[in-house]
Design a protein. Structure first.
Length: 42
């Protein structure tokens, strides 16, 4: 059953990505720069 091994590998990779994203998000959220999603300057 190779699919089980692939599933576990994929799961571990996703967990590692989640850990990195969580580490990057640490710090004060107030200092994050705003996304210019809806620009009014046209």
């Amino acid at each position: 059953m190779d699919s089980t091994g692939q599933y576990v590998k994929k799961l571990n990779e996703n967990q590692e990505k989640a850990e990195k994203n969580r580490a990057r998000a640490k710090g004060s959220p107030g200092t994050k720069t705003q996304n210019k999603q809806h620009s009014t300057n046209k």
